[in-house]
Design a protein around this ligand. Structure first.
Ligand SMILES: O=c1ccn([C@@H]2O[C@H](COP(=O)(O)O)[C@@H](O)[C@H]2O)c(=O)[nH]1
Length: 266
């Protein structure tokens, strides 16, 4: 079954478009978990237990797992999320020359979807795009201030580069498996892009710690009700001062975000 069909079913089941970002920063994990063999896994397991009923997806960012223990923690995390019936989107922003990107794409044997970087062009994304079962979210207009440096550059046609990326992603969507990454900190661009590519679901990061626009994220991020609005630190570290009750606080934060976003869903 296609990723976006699976995501649609999950969104309906939990009545939520919340993506819970599992950015398990070791320096912020509660002290009482640091003696575990894999503290990031111990942390994620508790966060998953507390938030899964509000989660349309979990989104670990690969940056927080790129060491031997990290990969082990990530494997356990993905398997556990799947056991709860929740799809996993790995935020890895991958792409490279063909030989390398084929290896990168093997991660889709584990994760259900991935973020990719379009800068190297179509051939660098081909193994991801060819995977009919997986979701492929192409970075388009990112949430960070420096996203403007390249993404807003005006092309000879007068369009900004991010709009060309959206047009290309639409062309690349032969398997109905492509979405865009568009930050909630960019509400005007969200609106423009939704008009430009009405059928592509968006992954919208930036509604939590980055202070993005939750209403615009929902209004423009969803295509036919399908899309993901992500918060990472705003959920997983909401209970940073709560000691052993940290995961309960995260569960409440995920529920609150779900309710807030649902106000804007049709
Ligand atoms: O444009 C982008 C693309 C990716 N991200 C990632 O999303 C989360 C956001 O974390 P918060 O703690 O909710 O700010 C994180 O993994 C980023 O690397 C993004 O923020 N913006």
């Amino acid at each position: 079954m296609n990723f976006f069909d699976r995501l649609h079913d999950r969104i309906v089941t939990v009545d939520s478009v919340v993506s819970v970002g599992l950015d398990a920063d070791l320096s912020r994990i509660p002290d009482h978990l640091l003696d575990y063999d894999l503290p990031r896994w111990a942390f994620n397991r508790r966060i998953i237990d507390a938030t899964h009923e509000h989660a349309a997806a979990f989104k670990p960012n690969a940056a927080f797992y790129e060491d031997p223990d990290g990969w082990a923690a990530l494997e356990e995390t993905i398997a556990y999320a799947h056991g709860k019936g929740v799809p996993v989107l790995l935020d890895a922003k991958r792409a490279d020359i063909g030989n390398t990107t084929r290896k990168y794409a093997e991660i889709l044997e584990r994760a259900d979807a991935i973020t990719v970087n379009p800068y190297m062009g179509r051939d660098s994304l081909q193994p991801f795009l060819a995977n009919e079962e997986a979701g492929v979210f192409v970075l388009c207009r990112t949430s960070n201030p420096g996203g403007a440096d390249l993404q807003d550059l005006e092309l000879e046609t007068g369009e900004p580069l991010y709009e060309r990326v959206a047009a290309l992603a639409d062309l690349w969507n032969e398997n109905d498996n492509v979405g865009l990454v568009v930050g909630a900190t960019k509400p005007e661009e969200l609106e423009e892009l939704r008009e430009q590519v009405p059928d592509l679901p968006f992954l919208v990061p930036g509604v939590g710690a980055q202070g993005g626009d939750a209403e615009a994220a929902v209004e423009y991020g969803l295509a036919g009700g399908v899309g993901l609005i992500n918060s990472s630190r705003g959920i997983i570290f909401a209970g940073e001062d709560a000691g052993e009750a940290f995961a309960n606080v995260s569960g409440q934060a995920a529920k609150r975000l779900k309710k807030r976003l649902n106000q804007y869903r049709e």
